[in-house]
Design a protein around this ligand. Structure first.
Ligand SMILES: [Zn+2]
Length: 488
């Protein structure tokens, strides 16, 4: 079986074959840290988290880079006298990291800040000037622009001719040879903070947004890498410009382009002017983060996603069904922890995920397994335990494993109390052995054994389990409650 991904540039599903079959390389555009994250940011990062997990499952390793744009017009615009741009950027970066972590989005392998790669950006701009694809503005502003007419491939990502494109509005057009030329470097202007200026061969200033990603992907992943990801709204101009810069500089750049769909709120486009921006912090203050993850991850990553109270309620109900089954099967199996062991993923689940990350179809397999598992419990069929193991494996593949962790606790307060007592005795025994008090160590071990508990000393500590003869069997065929020592 092969993984297939929809490549936005090819506008088709393609077999995914990484450059290095043992290490997939991925670059995803991270946030511009001008303000806190909204639901659209979480949805985008979550889609790539699920993709990364799946590729890790399929190929073993993924080197995942997601940048932080910490210098940009918008960051400068939102800074105040009391909070300089770099302090604002860092505060917002922490907000993003917290929100990502709350819904279980794993930290990237590398997370470079744009301000940490300015020398690499200058180097790339110098290369583009030397190759005849960039020029200094003749007006002495210190700006440097990419010359779109010099690069015949410009427009290759979004399949547009230059004349059909919107003009770039990122700098004074009077210095440009063509209104579509975009800024690689922005010369320092009066009134801008002195600490937002870096020296460069063509004049002091700061990088344009697009060059940041070309330089950072090259620095951390090399001139050619497997997947470039981002939101659909980044295709033009951002990704088109990244592609032009990198390929004009001689880099092969991304081999697959993956874009996630956008988020609407109650059926409307999210925008500041409509006042309907759904902040991540608000959603996380009122909903279980696991519910937020489920709600934002359940739709196919390429479809647009409508966020509403109903969507969160449905996610909560779906998780309740899954957790209800896992609780039920634990009771059925007499809290046997073997139920929590993962089995292999069902073939239908794997096929769905391989097919352009078909999460909706994969979730359908998960819920069908829950239904079948519940039916098996009703029929007193041990197949229920296999179903639970498969459900656990699928939850982990989707990053919903917290749905299981809760179950281990729900397995019974008795189990938790017993574990606490046995762990205390294990520590006391270890202390006795450490002081060579063999008599005390033996007494503790005998007391534990007399309670029907077996100890196993391993290299990573002492584990306990109920001795086989003492294990409480599952509910018998006669429907009687599991037997206990007292009523045996
Ligand atoms: Zn980018």
């Amino acid at each position: 079986m092969t993984v297939r991904l929809y490549d936005t540039q090819a506008q088709a599903l393609r077999d995914f074959v990484p450059l290095d079959p043992g290490n997939v390389t991925m670059y995803v555009c991270g946030p511009t840290v001008q303000s806190g994250p909204h639901i659209g940011h979480l949805r985008a990062a979550l889609g790539f988290d699920i993709l990364r997990r799946w590729l890790e499952h399929r190929f073993g390793r993924v080197t995942f880079v997601r940048n932080v744009t910490d210098i940009d017009d918008k960051v400068l615009a939102n800074a105040t006298d009391g909070e300089p741009w770099w302090a604002l950027a860092y505060r917002m970066e922490l907000e993003f990291s917290r929100a990502y972590a709350e819904i279980g989005i794993a930290a990237p392998t590398y997370e470079p800040r744009a301000t940490g790669s300015i020398p690499q950006m200058i180097e790339l701009i110098e290369l583009l000037i030397a190759r005849g694809h960039a020029y200094r503005a003749p007006d002495g502003s210190g700006d440097v622009y990419f010359d779109v007419r010099s690069w015949r491939e410009y427009g290759a990502l979004t399949h547009q001719s230059v004349d059909a494109m919107e003009a770039a509005t990122d700098a004074d057009p009077r210095g440009k040879r063509d209104p579509h030329d975009f800024a690689l470097w922005k010369g320092a202007k009066p009134g801008e903070p002195a600490d937002a200026v870096w020296s460069a061969p063509w004049g002091a200033g700061r990088p344009g947004w697009h060059i940041e990603c070309s330089a950072m992907s090259r620095r951390y992943l090399g001139a050619e890498f497997d997947i470039h990801g981002g939101g659909l709204d980044l295709r033009f101009p951002h990704h088109e410009n990244e592609l032009a810069q990198s390929t004009a500089a001689g880099d092969a750049f991304a081999r697959y382009w993956v874009h996630n769909g956008l988020v609407t709120v109650d059926g409307q486009k999210m925008s500041k002017s409509l006042g309907n921006v759904a902040l991540a912090a608000d959603a996380l203050a009122t909903r279980d983060p696991l519910v937020v993850r489920y709600a934002l991850g359940a739709a196919h990553y390429r479809s647009s996603l409508d966020v509403s109270d109903r969507a969160f309620d449905e996610a909560e109900a779906a998780l309740d069904r899954i957790q209800g089954f896992l609780q039920r099967v634990l009771r059925y199996a007499g809290a046997d922890p073997a139920v929590l062991v993962h089995s292999a993923l069902p073939d239908a689940f794997v096929a769905a995920m391989d097919d352009d990350l078909g999460v909706p179809q994969a979730l359908a397999v998960l819920h069908e397994t829950v239904r079948a598992g519940n039916a098996a419990i009703d029929a007193d069929d041990a197949a229920a335990i296999d179903a639970a193991r498969a459900v656990n494996a699928m939850l982990t593949a989707l990053g919903l494993e917290r749905a299981q962790a809760a179950e281990a606790v729900v397995a019974g307060p008795e189990q938790a109390a017993l574990d606490a007592l046995v762990q205390t005795m294990i520590v006391q025994r270890a202390d006795a052995r450490a002081t060579k008090d063999w008599a005390a160590a033996d007494r503790i071990r005998e007391a534990i054994a007399a309670a029907g508990i077996a100890l196993e000393d391993t290299t990573d500590g002492t584990h306990w389990s109920l001795s086989p003869a003492q294990t409480t069997p599952p509910r018998g065929a006669d429907g009687a409650e599991p037997r206990t020592k007292e009523n045996r």
